[in-house]
Design a binder for this molecule. Structure first.
Ligand code: NDP
Length: 448
C-alpha cells in the first residue's frame, strides 16, 4: 500500500469511527475514497487542506419530530431528516425519501452521493438529501397531506431558493411535493417556486422533470453502448422497480428500439415475454396507485413471480431502478453469465461492492448511479433556471438539454477514466471527475 493509499485508509477508518452503524454511508464513502489515490497524489493541496475529511463530514444535519394524526384521529410520530452535505458548488440540492427504512445512515449515503452527482451535471448545485421513516403505502390522501404539512412545518425554516432546494425520491412524487409547497407558501406567505423542484406543471414545474431520471439513465446507457459501437436496437432489457424512475426508463428504452420484458416491486416480478405494456403500468401505478401484480389480470400471458428475483431473467441490458443494494455479487454473476453487456443504475447504489467488482472484472459497460441517474437532478436545476427567469420551456427543448447533459457526463467520465489509466471504468471516472470540481471550489473558499 502506497503512502497516499495509507492516508486514505486512515480517513476511511475515521469515518467508520465517527459514524457508527451507518453501513450504507460507509459503503458510499469507501467506494469514492477507493478512486481518489491518484487524484491526491497529483494534488497534494487536497491532502494539506483535508478536503477528503471535510467532504465526508456533512455541513449540517437536521433531525426533527413529525407528529400527525391519522384518519381515526390517532396521534402518529415519525422522524424527519435533512442532511445539508456540501454547498461548495451551489445551494444544497437533493430529494426527500419517505420509506420505513429511512434513518440517518441512508440519508447520509444519499447526500454524499448527491454531491458528486450534482458536480458531474456541470450545473451550480451543492448536495443534500432528506426524508422520513413515514410509509406512504396504504395511507389515504388526507393522511399523506397531514404528514407532508407537519414535515414542512419544521423543514421550511431550513430551505430556500438560495439555501437548500429539496425534490422527490422514493415515496415522494408530485402529490407530496404539492402538499409541501402549499404548506411552505402558507407559513412563509411567499410564493417561491424556486424552493422545491418536481412541482406541478401549472404552478412552476418543468416539463420532462417527471421523465428525467429514467430518460437520463437510458441516454447514459445509450452513450455507453455507442462507445462500444452498439445500440439499444433489439436489445432485451429488464428494469427493476415500477415507480417513477422505472416507468420512464422503460419508456425511453422502448423509444430507442429496446424491448423491456420485466419490471418489479418489493413483492414480486412481472415477466412479459412480448414486451411490457407501459400504458397499463402507468395506469396501475400512476393513476390507480395499485401493485404491479394486477398486470396479469388483463394480460394473462404475462407471469407474476411472487418474491421473484428479476436478475435471474436473461437480458442484454439491466437497469436497476428500485433501491440500494438490490444487486449482490451472485446476481451480478448471473446477469453476466446470461449475456448482459450493459448495466445502467437508475437507482442510487443499487449494486453491492461485490456486484460492482463482478461487472468491472467482466468489463461490461457499467454506469454507476451517480453518473447514470444524474438526469433527475439536472432537470431539477433546469426547473430552477426556468423559475428564476419566470419562464417555461417546451418539452422538446428541455429534453434536448437533458440529453446533452447526459452525453456530457458520459464523455467526462469516459475521458477521466482514460486519463487516470482505467479505460472503460465509469466508477473511477465519475468519482474523480465529480470530486475534483468540488475539491477545487473548497480550496478556493478557504477553511469554511
Ligand atoms: P418510487 O417511490 O417512485 O418507486 C420506487 C420503486 O422501487 C417501487 O416500485 C418500489 O416498490 C421499489 N422499491 C423501493 N424500495 C424497495 C425495496 N426496499 N425493495 C424492493 N423494491 C423497492 O421511487 P423512484 O422511482 O423515484 O426511485 C427509485 C430509485 O431511483 C431510488 O434509488 C432513488 O433514490 C433513485 N433516484 C430517483 C430519482 C428521482 O428523480 N425520482 C433521481 C435519482 C435517483 P414498492 O412500491 O413495493 O415499495
Amino acid at each position: 500500500m502506497g503512502q497516499v493509499d495509507e492516508k486514505i485508509e486512515g480517513m476511511y477508518q475515521e469515518v467508520l469511527k465517527r459514524n457508527p452503524g451507518e453501513t450504507e454511508f460507509h459503503q458510499a464513502v469507501l467506494e469514492v475514497l477507493e478512486s481518489l489515490g491518484p487524484v491526491v497524489a497529483k494534488h497534494p493541496e487536497f491532502l494539506e487542506r483535508k478536503i477528503i475529511q471535510r467532504i465526508c463530514e456533512p455541513e449540517r444535519q437536521i433531525i426533527f419530530r413529525v407528529p400527525w394524526q391519522n384518519d381515526k384521529g390517532e396521534v402518529q410520530i415519525n422522524r424527519g431528516f435533512r442532511v445539508e452535505f456540501n454547498s461548495a458548488l451551489g445551494p444544497y440540492k437533493g430529494g426527500l425519501r419517505f420509506h420505513p427504512s429511512v434513518y440517518l445512515g441512508i440519508i447520509k449515503f444519499l447526500g454524499f452521493e448527491q454531491c458528486f452527482k450534482n458536480s458531474l451535471t456541470g450545473l451550480p448545485i451543492g448536495g443534500g438529501k432528506g426524508g422520513s421513516d413515514f410509509d406512504p403505502k396504504g395511507k389515504t390522501d388526507d393522511e399523506v397531506m397531514r404528514f407532508c404539512q407537519s414535515f414542512m412545518t419544521e423543514l421550511y425554516r431550513h430551505i430556500g431558493e438560495h439555501t437548500d432546494v429539496p425534490a422527490g425520491d422514493i415515496g415522494v412524487g408530485g402529490r407530496e411535493i404539492g402538499y409541501m409547497f402549499g404548506q411552505y407558501k402558507r407559513i412563509t406567505n411567499r410564493y417561491e417556486p424556486g424552493v422545491l423542484t418536481g412541482k406541478g406543471l401549472t404552478w412552476g414545474g418543468s416539463l420532462v422533470r417527471t421523465e428525467a431520471t429514467g430518460y437520463g439513465a437510458t441516454f447514459f446507457v445509450n452513450e455507453m453502448l455507442k462507445a462500444r459501437k452498439d445500440s439499444f436496437d433489439g436489445k432485451i432489457c429488464t428494469v427493476s422497480g415500477s415507480g417513477n424512475v422505472a416507468i420512464y426508463t422503460i419508456e425511453k428504452i422502448t423509444q430507442l428500439g429496446g424491448k423491456c420484458v420485466a419490471c418489479s416491486d418489493s413483492n414480486g416480478v412481472i415477466y412479459d415475454e412480448k414486451g411490457l405494456d407501459l400504458d397499463l403500468i402507468k395506469q396501475l401505478k400512476e393513476v390507480e396507485r395499485r401493485r404491479i401484480q394486477d398486470y396479469t389480470a388483463t394480460h394473462k400471458h404475462a407471469k407474476y413471480i411472487a418474491k421473484g428475483n428479476i436478475w435471474e431473467i436473461p437480458c442484454q441490458v439491466a437497469m436497476p431502478s428500485a433501491t440500494q443494494n438490490e444487486i449482490n455479487g451472485k446476481d451480478a454473476a448471473t446477469l453476466v453469465k446470461n449475456g448482459c453487456i450493459a448495466v445502467g443504475e437508475g437507482a442510487n447504489m443499487p449494486t453491492t461492492p461485490e456486484g460492482v467488482k463482478v461487472f468491472l472484472d467482466a468489463r461490461i459497460a457499467y454506469g454507476p448511479g451517480k453518473a447514470a441517474n444524474a438526469g433527475g437532478v439536472a432537470t431539477s436545476a433546469l426547473e430552477m433556471q426556468q423559475n428564476a427567469g419566470r419562464d417555461s420551456w417546451t418539452f422538446e427543448y428541455t429534453e434536448k438539454k437533458l440529453e446533452d447533459i447526459m452525453i456530457n457526463i458520459h464523455s467526462n467520465c469516459y475521458e477521466t477514466a482514460e486519463e487516470y489509466g482505467a479505460p472503460g471504468n465509469y466508477v473511477l471516472g465519475a468519482n474523480i471527475c465529480g470530486f475534483i470540481k468540488i475539491a477545487n471550489a473548497m480550496v478556493a473558499h478557504g477553511l469554511v
